[in-house]
Design a protein around this ligand. Structure first.
Ligand SMILES: [Zn+2]
Length: 454
């Protein structure tokens, strides 16, 4: 109809009439597209304006309140940066913690790298550059994956920002140490301690990971603080009060004498036991109860013999040991009478603080050894082969395996057997690990399935 009307209007213009009529339909469509496009542009424009406004406001706040020069224009980043800066400054009651630091935004080549810290230890300039090529929208999911792969110590989406901010704080404390820590590494076994937090033994990265991890409010063993303090970390920093680690008490026995505990173990589990004293017999009986409950059966320890005997021990520092023969499939537990059992409680705390064991629970000593028994009995040949490879001086775990197993304790990477015993001890106390640690356990474990307490 409109073509006809217009055609009528422009009658007499021949070909141009047709053209006009054709053109006439187009502008209508274009107009409607334009309206939509206009709306779209207008909305995006408002969003961009609002978002830019957010980043600008945050930059002003960073400048006015915290003396930080920020050129960040991505509000996704600037919001996270502000909340991280606020956390550090609030807990330290100091708004000048980051004074003079610069925050930038740029397209960095490595798209997996959310940010990078640059510094000059002569001029004392330090800046963080946030990567516009990084997928900031999926930071939560990316952080979870990195945590599950043992690359970062917790799944906080702001972990990287905490760590970059920690770089500034460590640098400001001791620019010289910070600069040289970038080319220093923990070695000779102490790298296993660093792996509790970090995916590298690089000291600069460990120090900043320590600060970022402590900001999460989790409790960490004292040895990590010592490593941080002895290697130029910022000793003036304050952290949120850590929440104590869990210990699941499980079964507790109060047999009045060793004989009653021995009878209980024999009657319920078919264990032939002998112990240093009643206290130890009670703890051992509790450990057997807890594991049997997790295993869903009282039959797994049938035939186990436990004796107090110095023969297998070369030193006074080893508490207990599993003596095994994988050709015969026989194994037996020995308790070292020369160990300082009177101080066991205190020694458990120092084992935890030195990263040697995941908890301070005295029952863990017995759980650890009982797990060796389950591991051996499950597949004596496989258990024997991995242990022989270990005792012949070969390193069973590669670099990544060490990083994974060291999340449990610095003793766990010694061999698959020790990893399994340390892992189960921790899980029986309700401690949870990144997925890569669970997978490593499932791949190596020879024993029956356990349902760990929550
Ligand atoms: Zn062991």
């Amino acid at each position: 109809m409109s073509i006809l009307t217009i055609g009528m209007k422009h009658a007499g213009k021949g070909v141009s009439l047709l053209r006009k009529s054709v053109l006439c339909t187009k502008p209508q469509n274009i107009t409607s597209i334009n309206i939509n496009k206009l709306k779209y542009v207008q909305n995006t424009g408002e969003d961009v304006f609002e978002l830019k406004n957010t980043a600008t406001k945050i930059n002003l706040q960073l400048k006015n309140v915290y003396n930080i020069e920020s050129e960040i224009s991505n509000p996704e980043i600037s919001k996270r940066v502000l909340s991280t800066v606020e956390d550090y400054c609030n807990v330290n009651k100091n708004n000048n913690l980051f004074k003079g630091a610069k925050l930038k935004q740029d397209f960095l080549d490595n798209i997996d790298n959310p940010s990078t810290t640059s510094w000059d230890y002569n001029t004392k300039d330090i800046s963080i550059t946030f990567n516009e090529n990084f997928d900031w929208k999926n930071l939560k999911q990316i952080s979870q994956e990195l945590y599950d792969n043992c690359e970062i110590p917790n799944n906080n989406p702001n972990f990287y920002i905490y760590r970059d901010c920690a770089n500034i704080l460590n640098f400001k404390h001791n620019p010289y140490a910070f600069h040289f820590n970038n080319s220093r590494h923990f070695v000779n076994g102490s790298e296993l301690d660093a792996y509790r937090l970090s995916d590298t033994s690089n000291i600069l990265k460990f120090n900043s990971s320590y600060v970022a991890a402590r900001m999460s409010g989790k409790k960490y063993p004292k040895a990590l603080l010592t490593m941080f303090e002895e290697n130029g970390g910022n000793t003036n920093l304050k952290f949120p009060k850590p929440t104590p680690n869990r210990i699941i008490q499980g079964s507790i026995h109060h047999f009045k004498n060793q004989k009653d505990a021995i009878n209980y173990l024999s009657k319920h589990y078919g264990i032939d036991g002998n112990f240093i004293d009643t206290k130890q017999a009670n703890l051992f009986a509790g450990a057997v109860d807890d594991l049997s409950k997790a295993l869903g059966s009282n039959e797994y320890f049938r035939g186990l013999k436990v004796s107090v005997d110095p023969t297998p021990f070369e030193n006074t520092l080893t508490k207990m040991t599993l003596s095994w023969n994988y050709a015969t499939g026989k194994a037996e537990l020995f308790i070292n009478p020369a160990y300082n059992w009177k101080n066991a409680k205190k020694l458990n705390v120092s084992d935890y603080d030195e990263l040697f064991h995941p908890t301070i629970n005295p029952k863990d000593t017995y759980i650890h050894e009982l797990v060796h028994w389950l591991d051996f009995k499950g597949n004596p040949t496989r258990f024997g082969e991995t242990e022989i490879a270990f005792s012949s001086g070969k390193t069973y775990y590669n670099q990544k395996g060490k990083i994974i197993t060291a999340k449990v304790s610095s003793y766990a990477p010694k061999s698959p057997g020790e990893f399994h015993s340390e892992y189960i001890s921790a899980r029986m106390n309700g401690i949870k690990f990144p997925k890569a640690v669970d997978k490593e356990f499932e791949a190596g474990w020879n024993g029956p399935v356990l349902n760990f307490p929550d």
